[in-house]
Design a binder for this molecule. Structure first.
Ligand SMILES: [Mg+2]
Length: 201
């Protein structure tokens, strides 16, 4: 059976922070500055400097997923590495995006050469990691520490690689305590993934 690579999308395959900040400025006249690892609290209206209210955040994120996904460039070396992996592994994307915007994500990835199944998830990812992996050797890659905790709980046999593709965010997100390893660049991650899937990591 071919091994399985379960991939988050934002900050793993595609850049997120930069394109989201750009879209907020251009489409909503909101400034997003990463002074800490949080989205709400770091967003201000450009007109008067007012912070963006918590309740206004979900529609902004939805707006980006509806109108701004085309701004998301691939993370460095992501497409090359994943294209190479696809020769002898199955790839699946497990992304927390509302189901309504899943087709846009699928066509974005297809346009970059990644014709892979995309699961739109909501909340912690551990149960879906377990379901997707089944009895196969598998590795899960995500930038958010709580998803690694959830995967460790529900699918402990799956390799957990904590990756933060965005250079600005990297310094703001500590290594996920429940991941096996923290590697931020695809060029460095490929070896660990192969070793884990071959049972030597
Ligand atoms: Mg992500």
């Amino acid at each position: 059976m071919r091994p399985l690579l379960i991939l988050d999308c934002d900050e793993v395959i595609l850049e997120f922070a930069g394109p989201f900040a750009r879209w907020l400025r251009e489409a909503r006249e909101i400034e997003l500055r990463f002074d800490s690892f949080a989205l709400v609290g770091n967003m201000r209206h450009l007109s008067d400097g007012r912070p963006v209210d918590m309740q206004d955040f979900p529609p902004l994120l939805d707006g980006f997923f509806e109108h701004g996904q085309h701004l998301q460039a691939p993370a460095e070396d992501a497409i090359e590495t994943l294209t190479e992996f696809a020769r002898d592994m199955d790839l699946v994307v497990l992304t927390n995006i509302p189901a309504a915007y899943r087709d846009i994500r699928i066509s974005m990835l297809k346009g970059l050469g990644l014709d892979v199944p995309v699961h739109a998830n909501d909340g912690p990812k551990g149960r879906m990691v377990k379901e997707l992996a089944g009895d196969r050797r598998a590795v899960f890659v995500d930038d958010l520490p709580p998803h690694h905790s959830s995967a460790a709980k529900h699918a402990p046999q799956v390799g957990r690689l904590h990756m933060v593709a965005d250079a600005t965010l990297r310094g703001l997100i500590p290594a996920a305590p429940d991941a096996h390893v923290r590697i931020d660049r695809w060029a460095d991650a490929r070896h660990w993934i192969r070793d884990y899937l071959e049972g030597t990591a």
